[in-house]
Design a protein around this ligand. Structure first.
Ligand code: LP5
Ligand code: MN
Length: 246
């Protein structure tokens, strides 16, 4: 049976060449064997517009395009760091941009895909920030700025966000269980797959008396990248490393 892979939170950037290299290797050695690859947000550490060209961005786009041209379907969801990924990027890489959330049928199980930030409803400061920066007029204005100004602003946001994070309690930055159950019920899902929190795990839960599951994907580093594989071998959490091809 065909295999579907899920990854998220790679946080790729020119400042992390090791992670970029691991990801390119993952695409050419591992994901190319799968029927479909889902990237559930934060592929990039920061994305200020599809018009920015750097050496690492070109390398990543080329590798993604090779994968999709080779026959592996590529589906991408925005994360809180790269929600400005647009149509041009998708065309250049042969990927399909997914809404957050998106419901899919995974081996007969109604499965909801999310980045995960929308589930952190206790983080009121972040949710207010999110509403502001996802406003279409705000985005349109931001994208009209010169690229150097966009980079400087995004870095300032990130620094502010880092400061704010260091003051927040750990629980606030995790998902809210009621929000998880509400969104799963709303979409009739029995499985939820998301990233964002960097707390990889499998959480069983009960929804209307039925067994359900929440998979949390791992963030990537230069020496390891987590993925969820769903195929003939069942549902399996794996780790891709520089010395391992599976
Ligand atoms: O990313 P991570 O995991 O560290 O933290 C997130 C939340 N933070 C963010 C902000 C991003 O890290 C950085 C911004 C990305 C910019 C993308 C491109 C540019 C967009 C331009 C607009 C169109 O997402 C963090 C959560 C955490 O996840 C866990 O869920 O807590 O949220 C915050 O820290 C937000 C703060 O609580 C409140 C906002 C502080 C920023 C204030 C703006 C200052 C303006 C200065 C710039 C001129
Ligand atoms: Mn995130």
């Amino acid at each position: 049976m065909s295999e579907t892979l899920f990854i998220s939170d790679l946080h790729l950037s020119g400042e992390r060449p090791g992670t970029v290299q691991l990801f390119r290797r993952f695409l050419s050695k591992r994901a190319n064997q799968a029927e479909r690859l889902y990237i559930l947000g934060d592929l990039f550490d920061l994305w200020v517009g599809d018009d920015l060209q750097t050496e690492s961005i070109t390398q990543i786009k080329t590798a993604l395009h090779q994968l999709s041209r080779g026959g592996t379907e590529l589906a991408l969801m925005h994360g809180n760091r790269d929600f400005l990924i647009g149509e041009r990027f998708c065309t250049e890489t042969g990927s399909l941009l997914l809404e957050d959330p998106t419901l899919i049928d995974l081996q007969g199980i109604p499965t909801l895909l999310m980045h995960g930030d929308l589930l952190c409803t206790d983080d009121l400061a972040y949710q207010a920030f999110r509403r502001q920066v996802r406003d279409p007029d705000f985005i349109q204005h931001f994208l009209s700025l010169p690229i150097a100004e966009r980079i400087a602003t995004a870095k300032a946001y990130r620094a502010k966000s880092g400061e704010a994070n260091s003051m927040k309690a750990d629980e606030i930055m995790d998902v809210n269980q009621q929000a998880v159950e509400a969104v799963m019920r709303q979409h009739g899902a029995l499985c939820l797959i998301h990233g964002h929190t960097h707390r990889p795990d499998l959480h069983p839960l009960k929804l209307n008396g039925q067994a359900a599951q929440r998979y949390v994907l791992a963030e990537w580093h230069a020496d390891r990248g987590g993925y969820l594989s769903v195929g003939s071998a069942g549902w399996r959490i794996g780790t891709f490393t520089p010395n391992l091809d599976a």
